[in-house]
Design a protein around this ligand. Structure first.
Ligand SMILES: NC(=O)C1=CN([C@@H]2O[C@H](COP(=O)(O)OP(=O)(O)OC[C@H]3O[C@@H](n4cnc5c(N)ncnc54)[C@H](O)[C@@H]3O)[C@@H](O)[C@H]2O)C=CC1
Ligand SMILES: O=C(O)[C@@H]1CCC=N1
Length: 269
């Protein structure tokens, strides 16, 4: 993959750029970025990652191998109308936009290789959990390129396109749920008198340790939970409070609502 152009220069574009540049997946000067209006933002990304900026004539779009769509879902039609006339027939598309279907992109950009992905912001440090679906125009070489690029920002799983709504709800939005949990734990701990510094360190290590236990032992989450839970002990008392407030039902509703919103964003675009 010679040249990659990011259309959209927001937080997700930056997370992916940071990941692929810092993991050495592509030469930084072969990465181009453009946005709607904020030149300062482009200069700052250029300075920070050594990448290139798409100039006013946008000539690079004609020779770009891969276009990464990283705008908000509501802007997709404007973006496609803007860039379609500039693209070569061979240019492939990688979208990170929530909800917007491959069919919508084929309508706006013509039948060409299109991969629709859902990374998350942990791409910034090479730890994204990404789902991706590709259209039938993607050949094996392109498929490997896309998997390599997304692999540079973390774990990548190929899924059916329709499952991307669930992936979006689960791992696309997922970091926010974990940060919310961290906020709640910290507020509870400091209200009991623990210093914010100590609470923060213990929470981070607890999250990291639990994730590593899940990953390294391969033991079921329920069994790991049971291992922590002494009969009539502190964990049992804590878990009882979560059960009384229907913790699993709340999480179920959270995923349901987020996935439904992903479908809505797609339908509105
Ligand atoms: N923030 C997150 O955690 C994740 C976001 N996403 C998806 O990434 C996409 C981008 O999200 P953010 O980076 O948070 O948005 P953002 O609002 O920070 O950035 C959007 C960018 O698109 C640009 N843009 C808008 N219209 C344009 C046009 N016509 N031509 C060129 N550039 C244009 C804006 O100038 C801006 O740079 C969204 O579709 C979102 O669903 C996907 C996974 C995770
Ligand atoms: O909140 C959103 O719509 C985007 C998609 C996944 C994470 N952020």
């Amino acid at each position: 993959m010679e040249t990659v152009v990011f259309v959209g220069a927001g937080s997700m574009a930056e997370a992916v750029i940071a990941g692929i540049v810092e993991q050495g997946a592509i030469e930084p000067h072969n990465v181009y970025v453009m946005n709607k209006s904020d030149d300062e933002r482009l200069f700052s990304l250029q300075q920070k990652y050594g990448i290139s900026i798409v100039c006013k004539e946008r000539k690079i779009m004609r020779t770009a191998d891969l276009i990464v769509l990283a705008t908000k879902p509501k802007d997709i039609h404007q973006v496609m109308a803007d860039i379609h006339p500039l693209l070569s027939d061979d240019a492939a598309i990688l979208s990170v936009i929530a909800g917007v279907s491959i069919a919508t992109m084929e309508e706006g950009l013509g039948k060409r290789p299109i991969a629709r992905s859902m990374p998350n912001t942990s791409a910034t440090i090479g730890k994204s959990a990404t789902g991706v679906a590709m259209n039938s125009t993607v050949d094996e070489t392109m498929r490997q390129h896309v998997l390599r690029l997304l692999g540079a920002i973390g774990l990548v799983k190929e899924v059916e396109e329709d499952d991307l709504h669930t992936v979006t709800a689960l791992s696309g939005s997922g970091p926010a749920y974990v940060y919310y949990l961290a906020e709640a734990l910290e507020e509870a701990a400091t209200s009991k008198g623990l210093s914010p510094d100590v609470a923060r360190s213990l929470i981070i290590q607890t999250l990291e340790g639990a994730a590593a236990m899940l990953k390294q032992t391969g033991i079921e989450p329920a069994e790991l939970r049971e291992n922590v839970t002494s009969p009539n002990g502190t964990t049992a008392a804590g878990l009882q409070a979560l059960e009384e407030r229907s913790f699993k039902a709340i999480i179920g509703e959270c995923i349901e609502k987020a996935a439904a919103r992903s479908r809505e964003l797609g339908a509105q675009s």
